[in-house]
Design a protein around this ligand. Structure first.
Ligand code: KIV
Length: 271
């Protein structure tokens, strides 16, 4: 008899069952091995290797500069730290908008070179052909509607989307098209809570919200925001669970001071 305790891996079927049974989905971003391992063991359902790596890891102002190779580097590090959670990877800007063949090529690279379990990409009807082509290759896809940061230069601001009727109508139609195409879930970013409620109730697949209110079937936050590593970003939707910026600053100040005053290392901390 094996003493090895088998880990129950989260799959897209698990995520669907959670919606069917009214259990909320907890999703968080990660970009490296160490944090991904902590989040996996803490019990999150989905880990997203977001293209927000462009902001929080590389210091760019937008998500546009990050490349497919850089996403693959982050994603393969995350996958090595995870044994239970479902790992999804964002298709970066410029790696799928050209045509569906390019979209599939980028996705296949991610799947082969990282070991991730699926991808996310931004947009509705405009990218539907690519979504279908990726899905027809057996790769799970999460859609992303509402505020889609790769289109920041079209929007001009990061403010709430789909407040106007026309945009809300298009979002509802896109949501349905993505579900019909076969997406296993849909991320809704920064839209009114009532609209997210309507979309969540009308779809059979789960919705994951960020700034989209409490009626979504799950929630996602960027790890740097949730942990308070990044303290300048304070949108209304964010709940900051820690102030790591302050705690890390304090710890590193004490370390530097201990080195300079020769309190570190002491006799028991040497060979
Ligand atoms: O890249 C990202 O972090 C995202 C957020 C919406 C979670 O897509």
């Amino acid at each position: 008899m094996s003493t090895h305790k088998e880990i129950k891996k989260i799959t897209t079927n698990t995520i669907q069952k959670m919606k069917d049974q009214g259990e909320k989905v907890a999703m968080i971003t990660a970009y490296d091995f160490s944090f991904a391992g902590i989040f996996d063991k803490a019990g999150v359902d989905i880990i997203l290797v977001g293209d927000s790596a462009s902001n929080v890891m590389a210091g760019h102002e937008t998500t546009l500069p990050i490349t497919l190779d850089q996403m693959i580097y982050h994603a393969s590090s995350v996958v090595r730290g995870v044994s239970r959670s479902l790992v999804l990877v964002d298709l970066p800007f410029g790696s799928y908008q050209g045509n569906s063949k390019e979209a599939l090529f980028s996705t296949v690279r991610i799947m082969k070179e990282t070991g991730a379990h699926g991808i996310k990409l931004e947009g509705g009807e405009e990218i539907l052909e690519s979504v279908k082509r990726i899905l027809s290759s057996g790769i799970p896809v999460m859609g992303h509607l509402g505020l889609t940061p790769q289109s920041i230069y079209k929007f001009g601001t990061y403010s709430v989307r789909a407040k106007e009727e026309a945009e809300a109508v298009k979002l509802k139609r896109d949501a349905l098209l993505l579900q019909q195409a076969g997406c296993f879930a849909l991320l809704l970013e920064k839209i009114p809570a009532q609209l997210a409620k309507e979309v969540s109730e009308s779809l059979s697949i789960p919705t994951i919200g960020i700034g989209a209110g409490k009626y979504c079937d799950g929630q996602v936050l960027v790890m740097h925001d949730l942990l308070g590593i990044n303290t300048e970003f304070k949108p209304r939707f964010l709940r900051q669970y820690l102030n790591l910026h302050e705690q890390i600053t304090e710890a590193v100040k004490r370390y530097a001071s201990d080195v300079k005053t020769m309190q570190f290392p002491n006799d028991t901390e040497q060979y």
